[in-house]
Design a protein around this ligand. Structure first.
Ligand code: GCO
Length: 432
């Protein structure tokens, strides 16, 4: 089976990672703007790729690469710099960006929350405070009201695993807390905010919306493809302790309307009804397999290539994530992120020869093709990322982009991998 005609080939980004202009046009600071000592090499996200001022140039490059779609996030801090107050200039920026994309023939895919919590909300407890559900809805209402004539695809959240677990328990992401006793409350607030946002978007959107959520979906690649192997892998991916923490904890209440073990006593029947408001797709962010986390696994990483962050590169991940997510939740899948960090540099010939990313694309996209060939409903593929950017606490060292960014001059250079991706897109994946 070929890729569907309207397959959403694209690339992704997020506001904090590329926009810069951290204190312009009425924007308030986010928890990442003040992350200070937590960021490597004394770096910060204040200027990043200066996309806020250069979005036209960036969209022109997306068009040149031939993207059919582009996933970006709206920064809550631009839209609501104070509680209860909408900032028209913030809405205008995203309105202009969406117009630019549309005139380049690129479908905008909008994430509503990619971790830029306003400092004012953090000061009142952030995700620990039940009131955040209402604050978030107010923000969502403003964005959907302003953009939904042109935007059809919405993702409520990006990787709740990170902005809840890593941010409030492990303390490794902003706001860097060890609030272990608030963990289940944060989860509940996030799940309720998701469900209520889904219902709100469905109600007020001006064009029929397609709504989902983007998950950090790490699954277990089966040790064997027979029935027992598949059953074992699904159990490890969703209901084992590791699998529940990574996937089932979030997706079971959302897509199945039932709590996983850990939230059994936390979510009421009323909560579950709200949380499981029907969605149209599940977004999967795919990087590494879960296998190394299981001691009894036969999987060894010794012979596998690793990215500069040490992440294992195993092209089978994409196929298995799509398949296992679909088999458990029966929803269409949108690959919302997939990519690798590489120490890319512009060579003397003016080119960025990122062969490792070309190989990465070939391997992962063959897995994607296998999923499509076997009839799994896949809406699209968003490579992470459109351009090199601010990789959270790791700063600007790891380069994930299809476009190289010189942070001194803000010069953009289209990498060789992007040219390769262009060919794949223009043939709609035929040569994979
Ligand atoms: C995430 C985020 C992205 C990252 C990317 C590479 O998965 O952490 O969605 O913002 O930059 O995944 O780590």
């Amino acid at each position: 089976m070929a890729f569907p005609e309207n397959f959403l080939w694209g690339a992704a980004s997020s506001a904090t990672q590329i926009e810069g202009a951290w204190d312009e046009d009425g924007k308030c600071p986010s928890i990442w703007d003040i992350a200070g000592k937590h960021i490597e090499n004394g770096q910060d996200c204040h200027t990043a790729c200066d996309h806020y001022h250069r979005y036209k140039e960036d969209v022109a490059l997306m068009r040149k690469i031939g993207l059919k779609s582009y996933r970006f996030s709206v920064n809550w801090c631009r839209i609501m710099p104070e509680k209860g107050k909408v900032n028209p200039k913030g809405l205008a920026f995203y309105g202009d960006l969406v117009k630019e994309l549309r005139s380049a023939g690129i479908e905008p895919l909008v994430t509503l929350y990619h971790w830029d919590l306003p400092v004012w909300a953090d000061k009142e407890g952030g995700w620990k405070n039940p009131k955040i559900v209402e604050w978030f809805l107010e923000y969502v209402r403003a964005v959907v009201d302003a953009l939904s004539e042109e935007v059809r695809y919405w993702m409520t959240f990006n990787e709740p695993q990170v902005f809840i677990m890593s941010a409030y328990v492990l303390g490794s992401f902003a706001p860097f807390q060890h609030a272990i006793f608030s963990y289940k409350n944060c989860l509940r607030h996030m799940l309720l905010a998701h469900g209520k946002a889904v219902s709100l978007i469905r109600k007020i959107a001006k064009t029929t919306p397609q709504i989902g959520i983007a998950m950090a979906s790490t699954v277990y690649i089966p040790d064997s493809e027979d029935e027992a192997g598949l059953r074992d892998a699904a159990e490890k991916s969703f209901t084992s302790t590791v699998g529940e923490g990574s996937n089932g904890l979030y997706m079971d209440p959302i897509a199945l309307g039932k709590p996983s073990k850990m939230l059994r006593r936390k979510l009421s029947a009323e909560d579950l009804k709200i949380i499981s408001a029907p969605i149209d797709f599940i977004g999967v962010n795919v990087y590494q397999p879960a296998n190394p986390l299981f001691k009894d696994s036969k999987y060894t990483t010794d012979s596998l290539p690793k990215s500069m962050l040490g992440w294992v590169i195993d092209g089978r991940c994409l196929y298995w994530t799509i398949r296992q997510y679909h088999e458990r939740y029966h929803l269409p899948i949108l690959v919302t992120e997939n990519g690798m960090a590489n120490p890319d540099a512009v060579g003397p010939d003016g080119k960025v020869n990122d062969d490792a990313r070309v190989t990465f694309l070939n391997e992962f996209l063959r897995g994607l093709k296998r999923a499509v060939d076997e009839g799994f409903p896949v809406l699209g593929y968003q490579h992470w990322s459109i351009m090199d950017n601010f990789e959270w606490c790791s700063g600007y060292g790891p380069r994930f982009g299809l476009i190289h960014v010189d942070y001194e001059t803000q010069k953009r250079t289209v990498k060789e991998s992007a040219k390769h991706y262009s060919k794949i897109i223009s043939t709609n994946g035929a040569e994979l």
